[in-house]
Design a protein around this ligand. Structure first.
Ligand SMILES: Nc1ncnc2c1ncn2[C@@H]1O[C@H](COP(=O)(O)OP(=O)(O)OP(=O)(O)O)[C@@H](O)[C@H]1O
Ligand SMILES: [Mg+2]
Length: 352
């Protein structure tokens, strides 16, 4: 049996027409790190707040570690759910030392035990020497680790984190992705992290849950999500992609599109006329005499690669140009003709 189970969970705010969270089902294993990923307003925070107990669901049930914490007959208050929460702004108490911040939720513990636990969790987050400082004497990344230490101190069943990386600059953000994952793994804690950033989600999680308009679109490991997005929304939300319409060929392994035949990674079991195919830009490899060729309309240099917009064949206006990534060392001029092949592993048939 899964460790956390959300069933048919729905929330409609009293002043809103459509549900903020719409019949979601999600099972999470013990020790798993899950991210809820989706655009602004898709219901991530609402989901997290319902799990924490700060928001009353309109429908459905929530079970944590064999205990029903919410259904139509029961409601367990937040403090009894065994949950540690890290808020987006960390919400540290400015007038308390780091040690006192960390032990704040341990009011039933004796003084000695509190001190011991503070030492343990501050060591876990690499801040053992900062116990006597105040929050304003720490950097953003350090404050975030204090917030995590405070959430972990009462040994919760699960840690919930809402946009934990959004206040950090790019370099620190990358570092903290690594640190937070390592700390959670070491503490062997189940965690649900909310983010709207695909890179955060891919870097920290075992599985990613993509949401849109209150509905779960796909649940998968980062690799499977990227390679086999279920629908157009997921394909576009996790990384860049080219979405083409076409017709599945009789061999069920190729799709006829406006750029020509595109090979799928495996035989499809769908029989559809009007199919959508997602082709990742890095799946297009520039080669001499490639199967596809077109004129370069735009080159954007990113440092790691060049993003080309390529107009194929005699298609002047009807379709979007293809996005193709090219190595930076290759000189490519706007107006030149390039040719490329497409790696089937980075092609996927997706739902509309
Ligand atoms: N207290 C509230 N009362 C009414 N509507 C709300 C309330 N809180 C959130 N909503 C609405 O519910 C929807 C989902 O909001 P939620 O905060 O869960 O989104 P989110 O995915 O966390 O977005 P963001 O990435 O911007 O934080 C939005 O349309 C929002 O306006
Ligand atoms: Mg939010």
């Amino acid at each position: 049996m899964s460790f956390i189970h959300l069933q048919n969970l729905t929330k409609t705010y009293s002043n809103a027409g459509s549900p903020a969270v719409n019949h979601i089902d999600l099972s999470i294993e013990k020790g798993e790190i899950i991210t809820l990923l989706g655009p602004s307003g898709c219901g991530k925070t609402t989901t997290l707040r319902m799990i924490a107990g700060f928001e009353q669901p309109s429908n459905g049930s929530i079970r944590i570690d064999d205990k029903v914490v919410f259904d139509d007959r029961s409601y367990l208050p937040p403090e009894k759910r065994g949950i540690g929460m890290v808020f987006q702004d960390y919400a540290l108490f400015p007038h308390l030392t780091i040690e006192k911040n960390v032990t704040f939720g341990l009011n039933k513990w004796g003084t000695l035990n509190k001190k011991k636990r503070a030492k343990e969790v501050l060591e876990l987050v690499g801040l053992a020497d900062y116990a006597k400082r105040f929050p304003n004497e720490l950097s953003g990344g350090q404050q975030q680790r204090v917030a995590l230490a405070r959430a972990l101190a009462p040994r919760p069943h699960v840690v919930l984190m809402d946009e934990p990386f959004s206040n950090l600059d790019a370099g620190l953000r990358e570092r903290m992705r690594y640190d937070v994952t390592a700390i959670l793994r070491k503490a062997n804690t189940t965690a649900i992290i909310v983010t709207h950033d695909q890179k955060d989600a891919f870097a920290v999680s075992d599985r990613v849950v993509v949401m849109n308009q209150g509905v779960i679109q796909q649940i998968a490991s980062p690799r499977d999500m990227y390679r086999c997005p279920k629908n157009c929304f997921v394909a576009q939300f996790v990384g860049k992609t080219n979405l083409l319409t076409g017709t599945l060929c009789e061999d069920m392994k190729h799709v006829e599109t406006h750029i020509g035949r595109v090979c799928l990674p495996s035989v499809s079991n769908q029989i559809l006329e009007d199919v959508r195919v997602s082709i990742r830009p890095e799946g297009c490899r520039l080669v001499e005499d490639g199967r596809y060729s077109g004129r370069v309309e735009r080159v954007t240099y990113s440092g790691e690669y060049q993003e080309l917009e390529v107009r194929l064949g005699d298609d002047h206006v009807t379709n979007e140009p293809m996005i193709v990534y090219a190595p930076v060392e290759q000189e490519i001029e706007v107006g030149s003709v390039v040719s490329f092949d497409i790696k089937p592993e980075l092609v996927a048939l997706v739902e509309a």
